[in-house]
Design a protein around this ligand. Structure first.
Ligand SMILES: C[S@@+](CC[C@H](N)C(=O)[O-])C[C@H]1O[C@@H](n2cnc3c(N)ncnc32)[C@H](O)[C@@H]1O
Length: 230
């Protein structure tokens, strides 16, 4: 297992299901795992969605094993999930945490594609917490609907499902405590938000190219923080 330390961040190149249990207690786990998505079909619009094909090529459409969420190892969790895994996820979180809230990232620039279903104009995440780890922030920050654009072009950092930095920064405002783990780190967006928020960050990613991107982005974020402090 390769690990890299950058200021307050420790990044692991390897398997989330093996490494996360070894890291022990975190104030919060933030999971942005592969979504469970029906990747068949798409009709003639499919040709206009090369990013979707890339997502399938990287196996990012097969969902995740929710047993990686361990309520005994964290104070709170934020879990992104597709429509198709919410029915499995919500009873687990409702039964093992004190409270939970279903929240929405509304995309201001959704793809103009619906086929026989709906446009992918929003994504869901659930914030669940134990006593003492309730959502942080003031009333203006405690919103369950966040409106941000989906990254395009260079803001995607060559990752097919990169989250917007502004979204992860606003979620970070609601995270209580100091230690954050993202076991499906991707290009490192959660890590960038965590370092900018002054948290200790632990990230895991098994794709070497995305791991390298995460290292570069988090190194830049830490350099920004050091320059501000100087
Ligand atoms: C939805 S993406 C995360 C995107 C990230 N939030 C970002 O902004 O770039 C999920 C990531 O989990 C990684 N992944 C999938 N299965 C994994 C596993 N078993 N162990 C570690 N990483 C895994 C994928 O390579 C992918 O980069």
């Amino acid at each position: 297992m390769t690990s890299v330390t950058i200021g307050p961040a420790t990044l692991y190149l390897g398997d989330a299901y093996t490494i996360r249990p070894m890291l022990g207690w975190m104030d919060a786990d933030i999971f942005d795992p592969p979504y469970l998505i029906n990747a068949s079909g798409g009709g003639h619009y499919r040709k206009r969605r090369p990013n979707f094909d890339r997502m399938v090529a990287e196996d990012l459409h097969k969902g995740f094993d929710i047993s990686i969420i361990n309520p005994l190892q964290c104070g709170a969790v934020v879990v992104f999930a597709s429509n198709n895994q919410l029915a499995e996820l919500l009873p687990l979180l409702a039964g093992s945490f004190h409270r939970h809230a279903l929240c929405v990232w509304q995309k201001v620039n959704p793809q103009p594609i619906a086929n026989k279903a709906y446009r992918t104009d929003c994504e869901f995440y659930v914030h669940a917490w134990h006593h003492g780890h309730h959502p942080a922030g003031d009333v203006s920050q405690k919103l369950r609907v966040r409106r941000f654009a989906s990254p395009r072009g260079a803001d995607r950092f060559e990752h097919p499902t990169c989250k917007p930095e502004a979204l992860m920064a606003s979620i970070m405002d609601n995270i209580a405590g100091e230690t954050i783990c993202d076991a499906f780190m991707g290009s490192g967006t959660t890590g960038v938000a965590a370092v900018r928020a002054g948290k200790r960050f632990f990230g895991i990613e098994h794709n070497p190219a995305h791991f390298e991107t995460a290292c570069l982005r988090i190194r830049d974020a830490w350099a920004e923080m050091e320059a501000l402090a100087a």
